[in-house]
Design a protein around this ligand. Structure first.
Ligand code: NDP
Length: 606
């Protein structure tokens, strides 16, 4: 660390070396040999835990055999924005095929009490300006977000031709007809000129592979499939069904942090089984002043998006238009820069500056735990010891206080996880905690690469599957198209520019997709396929700009961000564009401005 950084550490009372040593100790306690293999999927005897609780059972319909212009697989934020932009570009005859009973994606599934987005509503809800909507509060709840997404779907008439409660089971390219043949679990056979796969990373719930998990005979469910039939109540709480129940929850991630205060308010007793504490910053929710929007110049949401994406992507900007918990490290950096300037010096190494700002932030977060939790031992167990972006940061003004309740017990597993599950209890460190109900707040299959996360095979030209083509890692142009798979477009984080505000990322991808398909449809194109050369050039560009995240990830406590600490499982080619999200959005905008459809072979009018 540069001298000035050490001086600043001294001035601020930060002992960087001691913190780093503690972080390593805590990480080492959590490293496991089974890495991502420690989880079990919600398949086989656990498949019932992934069933859709929001539809009437027993739905049937006639199989569909027809042809569409564009088939979109999914109905989440990516599908909705892709559909909206395609409609705008004049593309018609679009069909959505979605496993769920409606649009919404993660906001359809996750209806647990307290579910909300902790990215501010003015950032997360797309098309606010266009729809003339001002969110009433700083943060939108799940029902508000779902209603907003439904509103966009209605505005762009996306329900037309949609097949809900339908799972795609396979896609294969018919070279002679230049069509994709799409099969589903409802017996449908749909021919599609174009297929779009907007695949979010959080559609498949996962369970912890804890010994004995299959033996539990009490009631259990995953947070993304909340069982109100059992708990009673609504998303606002009031779960009277839990009043006489001992409830256990495994997991203390972003979901658990939102739901735990609500369970605690309803259950006879709540046991929270913790492996790694989350970092809990202030949420600071409250009503928004409509007057504040009145003075905003048109284009304000895009300006907010760009500012937030730059700041949270590690770019230092003087102006922080958002000023919330996500961007607050920037305030520390500003303060450090001001102190440095006052000394007439600069910290030479930007990483040292960021590290110091991070230490300050995490010290404040640890102090917040001590200030909120009365019992010193419980407070100590709830303190996170890692760099802030090693795990998903969390925000809550009610979570920490919940541990002051007499009906709540924190069962800290000292980084080891739950030891065992029996027929009626959870065992940690040899001690048994009997529960009536066990809730899995254990997240989603986020670490698996795109081609393996899909539950259906995609077979392209020459009978080659996407999984086979990408066995050694993804290869695309701009993350969206791959040679050998004509007329197929993917919207995902893989090889694309990723903003922490997913709405921003998806909107940029949807615009790009709509440009390509709008041109294709307008110009009677039958086939759009990326050349191998263009794909190879993009993969080479990705390698060139790859930010070496390895050193950072190695120091981090395990999470889905670093393949549970097993860095050998990380294939850089399946990662995002490392040059920054805004740089990526400029690259694809310039590509469109060029107008030449560079890198694609276009076949017209067959
Ligand atoms: P996560 O994957 O973030 O958390 C899973 C939790 O389960 C962790 O606390 C993990 O512990 C724990 N766990 C796993 N195995 C065991 C075990 N064997 N014993 C004990 N504990 C175990 O899932 P979430 O559903 O909380 O969040 C997933 C993502 O969803 C978030 O990262 C976020 O991106 C998104 N989300 C977004 C929200 C928003 O506001 N926009 C709100 C909620 C979620 P450990 O940490 O040690 O691995």
């Amino acid at each position: 660390m540069a001298d000035l950084a050490s001086t600043l550490e001294d001035e601020l009372g930060i002992d960087g070396a001691a913190l780093r040593a503690r972080y390593r100790l805590e990480r080492d306690r959590r490293l496991r040999t089974d890495g991502v293999a420690q989880f079990v999927p919600t398949t086989g005897s656990f498949a019932v835990l992934a069933d859709d609780p929001w539809v009437e059972p027993g739905f049937t319909r006639e199989a569909v055999r027809d042809e569409v212009n564009v088939l979109v697989i999914g109905g989440g934020l990516g599908a909705i924005l892709a559909g909206a932009e395609l409609r705008r570009a004049g593309v018609d005859h679009i069909r959505f095929v979605e496993r769920a009973g409606g649009f919404g994606g993660v906001w359809y599934w996750n209806r647990y009490p307290g579910a909300a987005c902790d990215t501010q509503a003015i950032l997360y809800l797309p098309m606010l300006e266009e729809l003339g909507i001002l969110p009433p509060r700083k943060f939108a709840s799940q029902p508000e977000i779902l209603a907003h997404l439904e509103r966009i779907a209605a505005r762009f008439d996306l329900h037309r031709d949609t097949l809900f409660q339908t799972d795609v089971t396979g896609l294969s390219w018919d070279e002679n007809a230049a069509r994709w043949i799409v099969a589903t679990d409802r017996g449908d056979t749909i021919r599609a000129r174009y297929v779009v796969i907007p695949s979010g990373p959080m559609d498949r719930p996962k369970l912890p592979g804890i010994p004995g998990i299959e033996r539990f005979r009490g009631h259990s469910f995953h947070t993304s499939r909340w069982d109100y039939g059992y708990t009673g109540g609504t998303q606002a709480g009031g779960m009277t069904g839990l009043a006489d129940k001992a409830v256990g929850i495994i997991g203390t991630g972003a979901t658990a942090v939102q739901v735990i205060p609500h369970i605690a308010a309803s259950a006879r007793h709540l046991y929270v089984f913790q492996r790694t504490p989350s970092s809990i910053d202030a949420k600071d929710d409250g009503p928004l002043d409509p007057q504040a929007f009145a003075d905003l110049e048109p284009g304000w949401q895009q300006r907010l998006w760009d500012n937030f994406t730059a700041l949270t992507g590690g770019t230092y900007l003087e102006e922080d238009l958002v000023r919330d918990g996500w961007t607050s490290i920037m305030a520390n950096i500003c303060m450090l820069l001001a102190r440095s300037a006052a000394r007439g010096e600069r910290v030479a190494d930007p990483l040292a500056l960021h590290q110091l700002a991070d230490f300050m932030k995490m010290e404040a977060i640890r102090a917040r735990v001590s200030d909120s939790v009365a019992d010193a031992a419980v407070a100590a167990a709830l303190q996170p010891w890692y760099d802030r972006f090693c795990k998903r940061p969390c925000f809550s003004d009610t979570y920490l206080n919940t541990f002051n309740r007499t009906n709540v017990t924190l069962v800290d597993t000292a980084g080891q996880g739950v030891e065992r599950i029996t027929e009626d209890a959870i065992v940690v460190d040899g001690r048994s905690y009997p529960v009536d109900c066990l809730i899995y707040g254990t997240g989603f299959e986020t670490s698996a690469p795109f081609a393996r996360r899909l539950t259906y095979p995609i077979v392209g030209r020459g009978g080659v599957s996407l999984a086979r083509k990408w066995a050694a890692g993804a290869s695309t142009l701009h993350g969206m198209a791959t040679n050998g798979f004509p007329n197929l477009f993917i919207l995902s984080v893989t090889q694309s520019g990723v903003s922490l505000n997913f709405a921003h990322m998806i909107q940029e991808q949807a615009k790009h997709l709509a440009y390509i398909l709008g041109r294709a449809v307008g110009e009677c194109v039958t086939r759009v396929e990326v050349t191998e050369e263009a794909e190879n050039a993009w993969v080479a560009e990705l390698a060139r700009v790859a930010r070496d995240q390895e050193a950072f990830q190695r120091e981090c406590t395990p999470s889905y961000f670093n393949a549970e600490g097993d860095l050998t499982r990380i294939n850089r080619r399946n990662g995002m564009y490392g040059g920054g999200a805004l740089a990526f959005y400029r690259i694809i905008a310039n590509w469109r401005a060029d107008g030449g459809m560079q890198g694609y072979v276009i076949t017209r009018g067959e």
